[in-house]
Design a protein. Structure first.
Length: 278
């Protein structure tokens, strides 16, 4: 909870020292904070663990089953355990479920990370365990999977759960919430894009998925307070994909809801006997 006093302090900090404030804001944004704890069932299927080299470190990977690979990508602050509820249903359907901790998350190396680095890790793990026939991505994992696909990885059938439309806009909203001047957030974003050599307009999820040849299912809750429902609508429309609307599950309830999991697995498996309803 940001108090009025702290907001005024951040406002003064950003006004008096915008360059320093922008550097501080970048470090804060790129340092993952643990997501709220959630009761997630531990998979019954036997698992195997590995460390896959990536950059100067590694990503921690866990996988189950022996069939075609389905990648499970968690959101910002999450870990590979975030999508554990999807593991057994996928394995029972004949897939190999592969989940990993993104850079600077869980047991993977690093302190700070970003969308480009996460997308690179998706490509690394996908290449190692591929070919990939499906990707199930929650929140920040959504744009990461889309960016990986834009750089040549075949994600198979794609499912995005509560995915954000624009990381850039979300960073501005964070700045507004804590009281930093908008110009500080914009300065931070400009410097980050320059350093990582990309243009923000090319990083929006709707633009990325509009070029995706894969079939897509977007799952979004109408009451999502973290990523508004309109984000899911825009992403599904841009991809020409299906939209599964949920109620009363919020941003993280879609990770454990049995009905959602069943429909996601059916979509990935392309079961002809079942249909995903919007």
């Amino acid at each position: 909870m940001i108090t009025k006093i702290r907001r005024r302090a951040f406002r003064a900090f950003g006004t008096l020292a915008p360059e320093t404030a922008a550097g501080w804001f970048e470090r804060v944004l790129l340092t993952p904070r643990p997501a709220p704890k959630q009761d997630t069932p531990v998979p019954i299927a036997p698992h195997h663990s590995a460390r896959i080299p990536y950059g100067d470190g590694w990503v921690n990977v866990t996988h189950w089953g022996d069939g075609p690979t389905v990648l499970l990508l968690h959101g910002w602050g999450g870990t590979s355990t975030s999508l554990f509820a999807y593991v057994d249903p996928l394995v029972q359907e004949g897939f190999k479920a592969v989940a990993f901790d993104a850079p600077a998350h869980g047991q993977s190396a690093g302190v700070r990370t970003n969308l480009v680095e996460y997308a690179g890790a998706v490509m690394q793990v996908g290449n190692f365990f591929g070919p990939v026939v499906g990707t199930v991505a929650h929140s920040f994992g959504g744009p990461a999977s889309a960016l990986a696909a834009a750089h040549g990885m075949d994600p198979g059938r794609v499912v995005m759960l509560g995915a954000p439309l624009s990381i850039y806009e979300m960073s501005l909203e964070v700045a507004d919430a804590i009281g930093l001047p908008r110009k500080v957030a914009e300065l931070m974003a400009t410097r980050l894009a320059r350093r990582l050599q990309f243009e923000w307009q090319d990083m929006s999820t709707d633009k990325l998925v509009s070029k995706l040849a894969a079939q897509m299912l977007v799952v979004h809750d109408r009451g999502d307070r973290t990523v508004p429902f309109a984000n899911g609508v825009a992403i599904s429309e841009a991809a020409g994909g299906r939209l599964l609307e949920t109620e009363d599950l919020g941003h993280r309830g879609i990770l454990t809801d049995r009905s959602v999991i069943s429909q996601v697995v059916d979509f990935v498996a392309d079961s002809p006997s079942k249909r995903v309803t919007a």
